[in-house]
Design a protein around this ligand. Structure first.
Ligand code: GLA
Length: 381
């Protein structure tokens, strides 16, 4: 990939790049929609990445090339603007870099990827993180990992208008091979945990239903949670987020909440609890418990948080019929994307293939499995 990246850069810009970065996609074992509720998440980086080549060009503009899409864009640094979605992510990052008082000279950048796009494994965070890492070096800024992750997240919040949390950028930047990271999003403290689940493994199945956080219901969820928090704070003034509430407290304010806000809050409280149980089950290699927690998480996401969709539910229902699958759930923002399946390594291809066939018969859509591994976070190469 890196050789190809260099040669395509040379072809495109007639010069060799002087800087290469890589940033991976992510999975989330459990702890969904808890990041912006300042709760617990348990993600990992995957062994699929976006690769970027950079070189300054002595002008005041940035020529960007998305190799896989065969699309090129020129962005003027004194007039930040872009129409194409991927270029908007780049502009958002540049804008956030400028907001820190960092100045940039014009540069050329070409990137390519083996991360499936729009599949719920955060190709967008990989784009932000690999891009900001390049800008960090080009501008000699010495930004640390957290600063870079937050720039990526703020680019989404402020420029793209997506009210996402820090989960995706955190995972892409801090990931380590074979480790998942349990983070408390309130303190941003996190610990690494081995993921030794042999004779099981994790397989993603892409519903091939595309979601955009802007047009799906994604953005409604943070607003709903803010509304629920406001009501909860009238009774419990010390809480900072829905993750500070417990079930007993929730029951005392149930009549003040609409049914929807009650369900959202209950989900957040239960999902945070599941993250801790998952951590213990992982350590104890209790695969039945891990699987059960995945199914419970899915059920909560479907019925309480209401971010699943027909196709995700079909894949999870199909997984329940397979003895070698211990558990499955929708992963990421929802409204499409992937399911995460805990499956026995033995015969996994055969089982997944037959599930995909059954899925096609029910939906007319071809699902795509991804046999991913837990990989290393973003780096300068
Ligand atoms: C998307 C968002 C994340 C997080 C997840 C759900 O991936 O970008 O911030 O909210 O959905 O856990």
């Amino acid at each position: 990939m890196i050789q190809k990246l260099k040669s395509e850069f040379l072809k495109e810009f007639n010069e060799a790049p002087d800087l290469i970065t890589r940033a991976p996609g992510r999975i989330n074992l459990i702890g969904e929609h808890t990041d912006y509720n300042l709760g617990l998440v348990f993600p990992a980086a995957i062994d699929k990445s976006m690769y970027f080549a950079f070189k300054t060009n002595g002008t005041n503009s940035c020529r960007l090339c998305a190799y896989d899409k065969n699309e090129k864009v020129t962005i003027e640094l004194d007039k930040l603007d872009a129409d194409l979605l991927w270029a908007k992510y780049c502009v958002g990052v540049i804008q956030e870099v400028f907001a820190l008082g960092i100045s940039l000279e014009g540069f050329d950048c070409l990137f390519m990827s083996d991360i499936p796009i729009g599949a719920g494994v955060s190709s967008s965070a990989a784009l932000e993180c690999g891009f900001v890492m390049g800008l960090n070096t080009l501008s000699n800024s010495n930004l640390d990992k957290w600063e870079m992750a937050k720039i990526g997240n703020r680019a989404e919040n402020n420029y793209l208008g997506i009210q996402s949390g820090i989960l995706d950028q955190f995972s892409s930047i801090f990931g380590l091979k074979n480790k998942a990271m349990l983070m408390d999003c309130a303190s941003q403290d996190f610990t690494y945990h081995d993921v030794n689940i042999d004779p099981y493994t994790l397989v993603l199945i892409n519903t091939n239903v595309k979601h955009s956080h802007l047009s799906s219901g994604y953005n409604d969820r943070p607003s709903e949670c803010r509304a629920a928090l406001k009501i909860a704070q009238q009774q419990f003034s010390k809480i900072n987020s829905l993750s500070d509430l417990n079930k007993l407290q929730l029951e005392t304010i149930k009549t003040k909440l609409s049914e929807t806000l009650y369900k959202r809050t209950l989900f957040v409280i239960e999902e945070n609890a599941r993250v801790l149980l998952f951590k213990n089950a992982l350590k104890e290699k209790n695969y039945n418990a891990l699987g059960q927690l995945l199914y419970e998480s899915h059920e909560g996401l479907e019925t309480l948080y209401e971010v699943s969709c027909k196709e995700l539910n079909i894949l999870v229902t199909l997984s329940r019929k397979e003895l070698s699958i211990k558990g499955a759930r929708m992963m990421g923002g929802g409204f499409g994307g992937c399911t995460l399946n805990l499956i026995e390594i033995k015969n996994k291809e055969k089982i997944i293939e037959s599930m995909c066939e059954a899925y096609f018969n029910k939906t007319g859509i071809t699902a795509i499995p991804y046999y991913i591994h837990i990989g290393q976070g973003a780096e300068l190469l």
